[in-house]
Design a protein around this ligand. Structure first.
Ligand SMILES: *[C@@H]1O[C@H](CO)[C@@H](O)[C@H](O)[C@H]1NC(C)=O
Ligand SMILES: *[C@@H]1O[C@H](CO)[C@@H](O)[C@H](O)[C@H]1NC(C)=O
Ligand SMILES: *[C@@H]1O[C@H](CO)[C@@H](O)[C@H](O)[C@H]1NC(C)=O
Ligand SMILES: *[C@@H]1O[C@H](CO)[C@@H](O)[C@H](O)[C@H]1NC(C)=O
Ligand SMILES: *[C@@H]1O[C@H](CO)[C@@H](O)[C@H](O)[C@H]1NC(C)=O
Ligand SMILES: *[C@@H]1O[C@H](CO)[C@@H](O)[C@H](O)[C@H]1NC(C)=O
Ligand SMILES: *[C@@H]1O[C@H](CO)[C@@H](O)[C@H](O)[C@H]1NC(C)=O
Ligand SMILES: *[C@@H]1O[C@H](CO)[C@@H](O)[C@H](O)[C@H]1NC(C)=O
Ligand SMILES: *[C@@H]1O[C@H](CO)[C@@H](O)[C@H](O)[C@H]1NC(C)=O
Ligand SMILES: *[C@@H]1O[C@H](CO)[C@@H](O)[C@H](O)[C@H]1NC(C)=O
Ligand SMILES: *[C@@H]1O[C@H](CO)[C@@H](O)[C@H](O)[C@H]1NC(C)=O
Length: 523
C-alpha cells in the first residue's frame, strides 16, 4: 500500500520533471451550456498517445491507455478520444475550470497540456422597451415632446454581460449614454425634446465570449403648438376673389389642413385657397380645420371668420361755399375681408385722382376726401365705393356749392348804403357851406324839399336792398370787416351790372378773397 503511494508520488515527480520539458501552451476554450466541448491535448504531431489522463482541480476526470480503454462511468458525458483530447457533451456551467492533460507518447516521451474551459452563453432574449411611446406601422416609435421617456433594455448572458444604450441622432453620432453589467439597464429622458430624436440602440455583450447582440429602435419626437391655426386673407388682383391662407406652424410631423368640409385634408402647414364671389355670401363662416397625430381622433383645431358685406356710412348731403374747401367723410368699418374703399365722382363714378384738387386721407376706418378751391363745377354726386370679395356697396353724397353772388349783393347793398349816406352827407355839407349862395339864389325852401327827398330815398330803397341781402350773409364771427373793404373794386357806377352778371362778380370776389380766405372758410 505504502509502496504504491510512493510509486505514485515518484511517478508524479517524474511527470513533473518531464512536464517541464514538454508542456504545451496554455489554451482557452469557450463553450455554451449544452454544447459539445473538445479540449485538445497533444496537437504538435500526428501520433497516438499510449496513455492520456485528464485531471481537473486535482481529480482525474478521464483516462485512456493500454489498461483503461474507456472513460469513467459518469453518464458518458466526458470521454478521452483516440488522440487524447477530452470530449465533453452537454456542457454544464459546472464543467468550467482548468484541465490538465498528461500523455505518454511513443518512444517513452511524456507530454502535458493545460486547457481552460470557460462556459459562456448569451446574450439571449435581448429586448428593449420604450415608454410611453407609440409604434408606427413601420416599427418606428414616437413620443410626445415634453414627456418623461424610459428606455429599458434587458438580456441574459452567462456568466455576465455588459449592456450599453447608445444614441445616434442628427446632432450626435453614436454616443454611448449609459452602461451597466446588470440584467437590465434603463435610460430615462425627462422632458424629451426634438433633439433627442434618433436611433436608440442597446448593445448586450457577453463579457466572456465577447458575443454582442444589438437592438435598436428609431424614436421620433412629435409635437403640436398650443395655439390654433392662423386664418388670414390676401386680397387678390381681382377684387371679386380672395385668397384665404391658413397656417399652422410648429407641428411635427406636418399637420393636415383643409378649408372646406367637403375638401380632403392636405399635408401642409400652410394652405391657400382662392374663393370668388360665386362661392361667398354675407354671414358665411369660412373655417380652416387642422388635424394632427397628437390630437385625438376626431379632434380638430380650427380658425375661422365670418364674412360681412361692405357698408360705407356717412352724411348723404354736403354744402360748401365757393372758393373754400370741403371734406367728405365715409366710414367703412364692417367689411370682412376688408374692403377697398375709394372716392369716385359723378354718375360715371370716375376715380378721383389725388392731386392739387383732391386730397384723400385715411384715419382708421374713415376715408376722407377733401376738395380744395371749390367751384360750381364741383357740385354734384360723389360716391364712396366700398368693394370686398362679396360685393360692392356705395354711399352717395351730394355736394351743393353755394356761390358768393348773394354775399356780393349784400356787400354791394351795404356799400351803396354807405355810399348814399356819404353822398347825402356831402350834399348836405355842400348845401350848408354854400347856404349864403342858396339864400341869395334859387330860394331856401326849394332846397329843403330836395334834401328831404334825397334822405327818404336812402332810407327806403337802399334799406330795402340791404334787408334782402342780410339773411344770406354769414355771421361775422371775428368782427373783421375785410369783406367790406374788399368790394371797393366793384364798379359803383353800374349797379345793375353787378347784381345780374353773377359770373363776373364772382370772379372778382374770388380774386379778392384769396387774399383773405379765412373770413369765409369758417362758414
Ligand atoms: C520508460 O522510462 C521509464 C523511466 O523513465 C522507465 O522506467 C521505463 O522502463 C521505460 N519504458 C520503456 C519501454 O523504455
Ligand atoms: C429566453 O426566452 C425564452 C422564451 O421566452 C425562455 O424560454 C428562456 O428561458 C429565456 N432565456 C433566458 C436565459 O432567460
Ligand atoms: C417610419 O415612418 C415614419 C413616419 O411615417 C418615418 O418618419 C420613418 O422614417 C420611418 N422609419 C423607417 C425606418 O422607415
Ligand atoms: C426593465 O426590464 C426588465 C425585464 O423586463 C425588468 O425586470 C425591469 O424591472 C425593467 N426596468 C424598469 C426600470 O422598468
Ligand atoms: C452605435 O452603437 C451601438 C451600440 O453601441 C451599435 O449597436 C450601433 O450599431 C452603432 N451605430 C453606428 C452607426 O455606429
Ligand atoms: C465580466 O464581467 C464581470 C462582472 O461584471 C467582471 O468582473 C469581469 O472582469 C468581466 N470580464 C471581462 C473579460 O470583461
Ligand atoms: C452591435 O454593435 C457593435 C458595436 O457598435 C458592433 O460592432 C456590432 O457589429 C453590432 N452587431 C450587430 C449584429 O449589429
Ligand atoms: C400664407 O401665409 C404664410 C404665413 O404668413 C406665408 O408664409 C405664405 O407665403 C402664405 N401663402 C400664400 C399663398 O399667401
Ligand atoms: C368662381 O369659381 C368657380 C369655381 O372655382 C368657377 O366655376 C367660376 O367660374 C368662378 N367664377 C368667376 C367669376 O371667376
Ligand atoms: C383698390 O381699387 C383700386 C381700383 O379701384 C386699385 O387701383 C387699388 O390698387 C385697390 N387697392 C387695393 C389695396 O387693392
Ligand atoms: C381756384 O380755382 C380757380 C378756378 O376755379 C382758379 O382760377 C384758381 O387759380 C384756383 N386757385 C387755386 C389756389 O388753385
Amino acid at each position: 500500500m505504502m509502496r504504491r503511494v510512493l510509486s505514485a508520488a515518484l511517478l508524479h515527480l517524474c511527470f513533473c520533471w518531464t512536464a517541464s520539458v514538454s508542456v504545451a501552451d496554455y489554451t482557452e476554450t469557450t463553450a455554451a451550456p449544452g454544447d459539445v466541448a473538445l479540449l485538445p491535448c497533444y496537437t504538435s504531431g500526428n501520433v497516438t498517445p499510449e496513455l492520456t489522463t485528464w485531471v481537473k482541480n486535482g481529480l482525474e476526470v478521464g483516462r485512456r491507455g493500454e489498461d483503461s480503454p474507456g472513460p469513467p462511468d459518469d453518464g458518458g458525458r466526458l470521454a478521452v478520444l483516440h488522440d487524447g483530447s477530452l470530449n465533453i457533451r452537454g456542457v454544464l456551467p459546472g464543467d468550467e475550470g482548468s484541465y490538465l492533460c498528461s500523455s505518454t507518447l511513443p518512444g517513452n516521451r511524456s507530454f502535458q497540456a493545460r486547457v481552460l474551459l470557460q462556459v459562456a452563453s448569451g446574450p439571449e432574449n435581448v429586448s428593449t422597451s420604450v415608454s410611453p411611446a407609440t409604434s408606427l406601422s413601420n416599427g418606428t416609435l414616437f413620443a410626445v415632446r415634453g414627456s418623461l421617456v424610459t428606455f429599458n433594455c434587458s438580456a441574459s448572458s452567462y456568466p455576465s454581460q455588459q449592456l450599453t444604450w447608445g444614441f445616434t441622432g442628427a446632432s450626435s453620432s453614436n454616443a454611448s449614454l449609459v452602461s451597466s453589467s446588470g440584467s437590465w439597464l434603463d435610460l430615462r429622458i425627462d422632458d424629451i425634446q426634438p433633439s433627442a430624436q434618433g436611433v436608440y440602440s442597446c448593445s448586450a455583450r457577453n463579457n466572456v465570449s465577447q458575443q454582442t447582440v444589438n437592438r435598436s429602435s428609431e424614436l421620433l419626437v412629435y409635437y403640436v403648438p398650443d395655439q390654433h391655426p392662423d386664418c388670414m386673407w390676401a386680397l387678390a388682383q381681382d377684387p371679386s376673389s380672395v385668397q384665404f391662407n391658413c397656417s399652422w406652424f410648429g407641428a411635427y410631423p406636418t399637420p393636415r389642413l383643409r378649408w372646406r368640409d367637403d375638401d380632403d385634408f392636405q399635408v401642409t402647414d400652410s394652405l391657400s385657397v382662392t374663393f370668388n364671389r360665386s362661392l361667398l355670401s354675407d354671414g358665411q363662416t369660412v373655417k380652416c380645420s387642422a388635424q394632427h397625430q397628437l390630437l385625438r381622433p376626431g379632434e380638430e383645431k380650427q380658425c375661422s371668420f365670418t364674412l360681412k358685406l361692405p357698408f360705407p356710412e356717412g352724411e348723404p348731403l354736403a354744402t360748401a361755399l365757393e372758393a373754400t374747401s370741403v371734406t367728405l367723410t365715409c366710414t367703412e368699418a364692417t367689411s370682412i375681408p376688408p374692403a377697398n374703399t375709394t372716392w369716385r365722382k359723378g354718375m360715371q363714378q370716375d376715380e378721383i385722382v389725388p392731386g392739387s384738387k383732391y386730397v384723400v386721407s385715411e384715419e382708421g376706418p374713415e376715408l376722407k376726401l377733401t376738395i380744395l378751391n371749390i367751384s360750381k363745377e364741383d357740385e354734384g354726386v360723389y360716391f364712396c365705393r366700398s368693394e370686398n370679395p362679396l360685393a360692392v356697396r356705395e354711399l352717395e353724397v351730394y355736394l351743393t356749392v353755394k356761390t358768393s353772388s348773394s354775399y356780393t349783393g349784400a356787400i354791394i347793398g351795404i356799400f351803396i348804403a354807405v355810399l348814399i349816406v356819404g353822398t347825402a352827407g356831402i350834399v348836405a355839407k355842400t348845401v350848408y357851406s354854400s347856404r349864403h349862395r342858396v339864400c341869395l339864389g334859387s330860394g331856401f325852401g326849394q332846397l329843403e324839399e330836395d334834401r328831404g327827398d334825397v334822405l327818404s330815398l336812402v332810407e327806403s330803397d337802399d334799406e330795402q336792398i340791404f334787408q334782402d341781402a342780410v339773411p344770406r350773409l354769414p355771421p361775422i364771427t371775428n368782427g373783421r370787416h375785410t369783406t367790406l373793404v374788399q368790394i371797393h373794386r366793384i364798379p359803383s357806377s353800374d349797379h345793375e351790372d353787378v347784381e345780374t352778371a353773377d359770373t363776373s362778380s364772382q370772379q372778382q370776389e374770388d380774386t379778392e378773397q384769396t387774399e383773405e380766405p379765412e373770413d369765409l372758410v369758417t362758414f
